[in-house]
Design a protein. Sequence first.
Length: 512
Amino acid sequence: MSASTVRVRFAPSPTGGLHLGGVRTALFNYLFAQKHGGVFILRIEDTDQSRFVPGAEKYILDCLEWCGISPTEGPHQPGAFGPYRQSERKERYAQHAEALVAKGLAYYAFDTPEELESMRTNLKSDQNPSPQYDHKTRMQMRNSLSLCQKDVKQLLDSGQPHVVRIKMPAAETVSFHDMIRGEVSFQTDQVDDKVLLKADGMPTYHLAVVVDDHDMQITHAFRGEEWLPSAPVHLLLWEYLGWKEKMPKWAHLPLILKPDGQGKLSKRDGDRLGFPVFAMDWTDPRTGEETKGFKERGFLPEAFVNMLAMLGWNDGTGEEIFDLETLTERFSIERVHKGGAKFDFEKAKWFNQEWIKRSSTEKLLPLVSQQLLANGLEATENKLNEIIPLVKERCQLVNDFVAQSAFFFRDPASIDINTILPKWDAKKEQFFEHWMQIISDLAAFDATHIEAAFKDTAAAAEIKPGELQLPFRIMLVGGKFGPPVFEIAAHIGKESTQRRIRLCLELLKQQA
Ligand code: GLU
């Protein structure tokens, strides 16, 4: 590997469904790696054993594969920098935490949860209204800085549960250059002495992210904006561990915001407003709870990825439709916005419609066929080859193909008779009676011939064809939708066309 090889990572925690914000982080990593001929790594951050969910890792990989942005290196495809699951790297973190304690840059803390709780209430003062474990309070707590060496040794020897905390400097300014935000500075007195190693020997995110980014030779680290407040801890860890020169370039990606109100888009917002937030359907193995994903809701991966790329980024040209290849060409992390991007489900569906329009029949065929089958409609490949181009313009979601084409396979389940009735009269009824006979006599039953005959019959009856087309459409499809009506008639054939006219005329008679 040359020194300049770009290495980026997507580092999800396997705790449940993959949120669209996570997929966008993965996408930006993927695009950056592709653009620079680099390596895109998947690292599974599973150090929080209480939140670990079996199956979540496989699900994450499946989602990335569906999006077409599979990582090149990861637990599924190990390279030279494994293991790629943090739980399998446990010893490395402990060793570094100990080294920091030995250098006086971190310390052991023996406080129980009750002691931490009472610190928050007992040490509250006007000067320190919300006390945290930091340079102001640490000497009043039970740790290897406040206790004498003998006591510390005794506590350690007796196996007293303890954590390792970083010793944040009292008054320093730390700063770094964020690829999106520019120069970002923090005062260390604002940040608490974060836990680095937990009592169970597992690292926290803070220690693990630095050790792993170092060991995996990560050159650029892109992560959600929610990690920005922790950046000073990570900066100091890079320095304290003696790796400052090798720190990756960072970019903190803007949040994806709720469509209404303030704050980060959550799964609950999706449930509340009726749209998916996860990439694919997710079933929680612990509770059996099922959550819908974009895929199963009827999104094409191209549209999902395109929509995500535009949440917080654009190429400045006003263009909106991009495939992965063009995104790779145009993408630059510096053009990602600082501000949060509001999620808009209507816009997401617009992207999908644009992608359905652009997709070939060949590509749509298996997806449409599957949807139709799930709704009890069996269609031959030939039939689908004819129907898909006719209706795809009208479909926002792959699932819409069912409503938009069911009438090709079966008589409409309901007829919107109320749209016909206001302008219905005996003359029109006679026209359709006559039209059924004409149909029987038509030698060629294709759209052009049907249309010509329909117009001739209308002219003979002295009715404008425009006034007859809407009832004809409703007779055939049940409502005011669908592709050109003569195309529909041609596809369903003479018999079905006649039967549907007859059925509707009977309904109209009953209403009269
Ligand atoms: N495990 C962290 C998360 O899921 C990763 C953040 C990072 O990329 O450093 O948000």
